[in-house]
Design a protein around this ligand. Sequence first.
Ligand code: CU
Length: 110
Amino acid sequence: MFTGWLHWRRASVLLALVSFAAIAGQTVEVSIEKYTYTPAEVTIRVGDTVKWINREKRTSHSVVFPQEGGRESERLFPDESWQREFTQAGRYPYTCGPHPEMKGVVIVGE
Ligand SMILES: [Cu+2]
């Protein structure tokens, strides 16, 4: 009886930890250097966040989502970062405002 209760309690603590981790979401970093997003493709889950960091010496960049009416980050100067949480599954291609040849994609799974 007592052992059973202890197991149940342990299981519920474990469950709470797992659900907390699922709710909290992860942050994935994409670095911008030499006019390139690295990694160019990231796969995350709903609730996760992508953080873009400009690691150039002097070039500024941005992150634009053409599928969302050109929704764009602020301009990122060297060492600045911008992040976005993704709350819906889907494929989010993006580019850079001043350098449209730069390309990346965020794939958000359920
Ligand atoms: Cu750029």
